[in-house]
Design a protein around this ligand. Structure first.
Ligand code: ATP
Ligand code: MG
Length: 367
């Protein structure tokens, strides 16, 4: 897919911006705090309906404004599509070709984007919550049904936790009530777990090959799913259902005491091993960064497999951190296939030889 046009209105530090033409590779150059990240964040938001930086949509609205708007025109395999997202303090509304979408999940994934930003290092180094967010965003982008199950699961999880807390404080445990919550929690939880396992399995295939390439055949990257019950490779829904139910009955008393649900996809994790050693614990900074990069590049291929065309690639401040060999490797891998948007504070830090045909935009104070 190819982005032809973008406009921003009262989005972050942009009052009004209209960009009417893009190339296959686009460079946004500017000093710190001028709006480079804001601009490619807006493209990411058009793909996923939320930012990679925050869960609070309100932060996207310019300080002085009530409402923010992002629009774009994209060229997809099957034709042109116009997207529009409006944010107010009350919520967001989405349009495809001028038609208001009743469900946001129908808007998400109309265009697809992969973002690689400095904070992605946290996917390798950070807490399990960061990795779950990574999984949720990436799977949700290509499978709207995943988002549906995730939303349902999160809603039920809150209600179930409230019930557990209240039952403990009032001293009246109602097992019929808990059974009802369990049934619903497990129904959606199993779908999430199954889709995550499937995604990780496929991501592994690409990530391993790409990582081998980047490291000149020296490093073998292995991704493993760490479930809160059962084994990592079990994908049969009936078996998962049974295992989840058994696990919940085992932790029941503990759950009452803690007032929290102690098993399920909200407690899953994902680990990365390089040549047999866990990257989060033993990996060097460079190895961790390369692992995160391999994951993102693998995702590009995965999206293409899933939807039949390449997503756009957003590289925020990361190209200049790679050595010239890796910069070249990265640009060449996707040249001519993936429309790319790159931010940097100066052109000098980039391997410009490979970026000869790039279109350069100078970003200065939101213009
Ligand atoms: P760097 O090179 O440091 O990464 P950048 O060009 O990527 O800089 P951005 O992250 O795009 O900078 O931010 C540009 C400016 O936008 C910042 O000064 C930030 O405070 C401002 N900003 C962020 N959110 C809003 C908002 N809701 N309203 C107005 N300004 C905002
Ligand atoms: Mg930035």
């Amino acid at each position: 897919m190819f982005i032809n046009q973008v406009s921003l209105q009262n989005y972050r530090n942009y009052d009004h911006l209209q960009l009417d033409s893009f190339a296959a590779v686009n460079l946004f150059i500017g000093q710190n705090a001028q709006g480079k990240t804001n601009l490619i964040e807006a493209l990411f938001v058009l793909a996923l309906s939320k930012s990679h930086r925050t869960n609070k949509d309100k932060e996207l609205i310019a300080f002085h404004a009530e409402q923010a708007r992002i629009t774009c025109e994209a060229e997809k395999k099957y034709g042109k599509v116009k997207l529009e997202l409006n944010f107010t303090s009350k919520g967001k509304r989405a349009k495809i070709n001028g038609l208001e979408q009743r469900k946001l999940s129908e808007f998400v994934g109309t265009i697809n984007a992969v973002m690689f930003a400095p904070e992605d290092l946290e996917i390798v180094k950070g807490s399990p919550g960061v990795r779950r967010r990574f999984l949720d965003m990436e799977i949700g982008q290509v499978q709207p049904s995943y988002l549906f199950h995730l939303q349902q699961y999160q809603k039920i999880l809150i209600q179930r936790n409230n019930y557990l807390k209240q039952a403990w404080s009032s001293g009246s445990k109602d097992s019929t009530m808990l059974d009802i919550w369990n049934e619903q929690l497990v129904e959606h939880g199993v779908k999430i777990i199954k889709k995550r396992k499937h995604f990780i399995h496929k991501l592994q295939g690409w990530a391993e090959t790409i990582h081998m390439g980047i490291t000149g055949g020296k490093e073998n990257l292995v991704l493993s799913y760490v479930p809160s019950f059962g084994t990592a490779d079990e994908e049969d829904e009936a078996v998962l259902f049974e295992q989840f139910m058994v696990k919940l009955s085992q932790v029941k008393e503990q759950e009452y005491r803690r007032g929290a649900t102690l098993a399920g996809p909200h407690r899953d994790d994902l680990t990365f091993h390089i040549n047999g050693n866990e990257a989060a614990v033993f990996g060097s900074q460079g190895q961790q960064r390369t692992t995160a990069l391999s994951l993102k590049l693998a995702e590009i291929e995965l999206i293409r497999e899933e939807i039949g065309e390449y997503p756009i690639l957003l590289l925020d401040d990361v190209l200049s951190e790679l050595d010239p060999y890796r910069q070249t490797q990265l640009i060449e891998t996707f040249q001519g296939k993936v429309q790319t948007f790159i931010t940097a504070t100066g052109i000098e830090s980039l391997n410009t030889e490979r970026l000869k045909e790039a279109q350069i935009f100078h970003v200065h104070q939101g213009h």
